[in-house]
Design a protein around this ligand. Structure first.
Ligand code: UT7
Length: 330
């Protein structure tokens, strides 16, 4: 079967650590509440490193670890919901900084599911032969989209970037993706408003799709997202395993999006998988959106915890709402 071979990973985490105790300076919260409800103990916030810079650092590390010449990269896919610019995309900036002159570069947006979707797209390029080497870069400055007066969201997120070099592999591979646009209002952030001298009908109620998105900060209905994810991870992982022709119990490791430890524990329960098989680092980084799964991978590789042939599932979910899982042999 045409699969993926992740030949290099890299990550960049801003040095500045912000503890739960530190968050008490901004909102009425406590370490106890945050740890019990989410598993988060600390997060890293940028001290000024922009999104593109973090992405470039992670990309350089991934390309170095893969041992590929940047000129061999055919495609760069970036994912981010917190870019510095709408354009040029981070992918193009990474191309420039790496000297990956032969790549074509674009950005895809599936919020926290970004890496999972990008890996599936990379696999398609590799399978049809339109690329031999794909670089995926996920970078998030979540801190700039946070309302530091809203305790229900600002304690949940962190900044970070990660990248992966993806080449063709031979083992099993399957993906299972799903989106539910009906629940879009549960997690959103506004883009530029249509506010020109010509937009005289901009306030017509028929255009009021997401009225609550009237400022640029992230808004979330935590309970609605929680309800979605409680089914999303188990369903997507089970679906991908079925398509790959394996049982969930055959998986050596599941790497879920790091949004809430309770969500990960619920998923483990529903999948009948012991927590030892669920990778968790949310305590140190909080939710870094699309960077969370590749950060986990970069850590796992650095720690030597993944062996060639291990069957792993990566699972993501987030704004859209979107969700997805890929299953493959490492
Ligand atoms: O990658 C993006 C995906 N996002 C997610 O996956 C998030 C999914 N949702 C969640 O993880 C959880 O819903 C949250 C962690 C966001 C919230 O946990 P919860 O157990 O659903 O809490 P809740 O929203 O029901 O709030 C319970 C209470 C409320 O107080 P009252 O109304 O019971 O008096 C909140 O005001 O906790 C309060 N609260 C807080 N208290 C202290 C909310 N945030 C905080 C806080 N510190 N930071």
């Amino acid at each position: 079967m045409s699969s993926v071979n992740i030949t290099g990973t890299g990550m960049y985490i801003p040095a500045q650590i912000v503890t739960n105790e530190d968050m008490k300076r901004f909102v009425d919260t406590s370490d106890e509440w945050i740890v019990q409800r989410t598993g988060i103990r600390e997060r890293h916030f940028s001290q000024g490193e922009p999104n593109w810079y973090m992405g470039v650092q992670a990309a350089k590390q991934a390309v170095g670890n893969a041992g590929v010449d940047p000129k061999e990269i055919d495609v760069i896919i970036s994912c981010s919901i917190t870019p510095d610019y709408f354009y040029p995309t981070i992918a193009c900036t990474v191309q420039d900084e790496l000297g990956a002159d032969n790549a074509f570069c674009w950005n895809m947006e599936a919020a926290c599911s970004g890496f999972i979707y990008a890996l599936d797209v990379a696999r398609s390029y590799l399978a049809v032969g339109s690329a031999k080497t794909v670089l995926i870069v996920c970078s998030e400055n979540m801190s700039k989209s946070l309302d530091f007066t809203d305790r229900s969201t600002c304690v949940l997120f962190g900044d970070g970037a990660a990248a992966a070099v993806v080449q063709k592999g031979d083992g099993l591979y399957a993906s299972c993706m799903g989106s539910d646009g009906r629940t879009g209002a549960a997690l959103l952030a506004r883009a530029l408003p249509l506010d020109t001298p010509f937009a005289t009908e901009k306030d017509d109620p028929k255009y009021a799709k997401y009225m609550e998105a009237n400022d640029p900060y992230l808004k979330m209905n935590g309970r609605a997202v929680y309800r979605f994810t409680a089914h999303a991870i188990p369903n997507m992982v089970t679906g991908a395993c079925e398509r790959a022709g394996i049982q969930v119990e055959d998986l050596d490791l599941i790497v879920p999006h790091q949004a809430n430890l309770r969500i990960i524990e619920t998923a483990a329960e529903r999948l009948h998988v012991p927590m030892e098989k669920m990778y968790v680092n949310i305590d140190r980084y909080a939710n870094t959106s699309c960077a969370s799964v590749p950060i986990c991978l970069a850590e796992l590789v650095a720690d030597g915890r993944l062996k060639r042939g291990d069957k792993i599932a990566l699972a993501g979910f987030g704004g859209g709402l979107t969700c997805g899982a890929v299953v493959f042999e490492w």
